[in-house]
Design a protein around this ligand. Structure first.
Ligand SMILES: N[C@@H](CCC(=O)N[C@@H](CS)C(=O)NCC(=O)O)C(=O)O
Length: 218
């Protein structure tokens, strides 16, 4: 929902198509928090357009603006937004071991899981076969993620926490390329994430997290 409300803080989300920024839209929708969405198309080479370079020196998405403050890095943005709106429903209680574990998983996604995922996604996007080493590394990480899931649920229950939201973008792209086909528990996890109301609202507002690869080959 894109609202301008007088007495509530207005966050701007700079959102590239098919990008990690859709994670932030999901959280804002879950919190019913007002935000302004500025959308950018990808170039023909599937890169960010030059316009994003004017927003932040790295020229990547997401970037959020809150008055004079600009923040990149989706994990930092998620934490900032949850704190800003006093949200208590997307993280375990502070001071508990669960909370520490949640922070660990939230950081793990971009610090470790993304690199291993990109080992498959980047060759995949160029129509090349990833290396055996890349597949082996992915298997190790997908097993680790599966070990952290509740027996029949998400990471911490049935509703998405920040770490679940953070996983969504990479899982969407891995699944779109068929790289989750041999990982049934992770495939179910991704299926369950897509049933979350915040995910569905985010996709309506900002578009899908992964391009429809079947459309290209049809
Ligand atoms: N670690 C950063 C990654 C940001 C990032 O790489 N964003 C991608 C979109 S998902 C991007 O802007 N790519 C366009 C490009 O590099 O040209 C985060 O979690 O926000």
């Amino acid at each position: 929902m894109i609202l301008e409300m007088k007495d509530r803080p207005m966050i701007t989300i700079h959102c590239l198509a098919y990008s990690r920024a859709i994670r932030l839209v999901w959280l804002m929708e879950d919190m019913h928090a007002p935000y302004k969405l500025v959308q950018y198309r990808r170039t023909d080479q599937f890169r960010a357009p030059a316009a994003l370079q004017k927003i932040h020196p790295l020229g990547k998405s997401p970037v959020i603006e809150d008055k004079d403050l600009k923040i990149a890095e989706s994990a930092t943005c998620l934490r900032y937004l949850a704190d800003k709106f006093g949200d208590e429903t997307h993280r375990p209680t502070p001071g508990t071991l669960q909370h520490v574990h949640h922070e660990e998983l939230l950081d793990y996604v971009e610090s470790s899981f993304a690199e291993v995922s990109m080992g498959l996604l980047l060759p995949g996007f160029s129509g090349e076969e990833p290396s055996d080493a890349a597949f082996a590394a992915m298997r190790t990480h997908l097993e680790y993620v599966a070990q952290n899931l509740q027996p029949s649920g998400l990471l911490f229950g049935d509703t998405a926490f920040l770490a679940d939201i953070q996983f969504s973008y990479l899982l969407a792209n891995l699944d779109a390329m068929g790289f989750l086909d041999d990982a049934p528990r992770i495939k179910t996890y991704w299926h369950d994430l897509q049933q979350q109301p915040g995910y569905q609202a985010a996709v309506i507002a900002a578009g899908p997290m992964a391009p429809d690869l079947t459309a290209k080959t049809a």
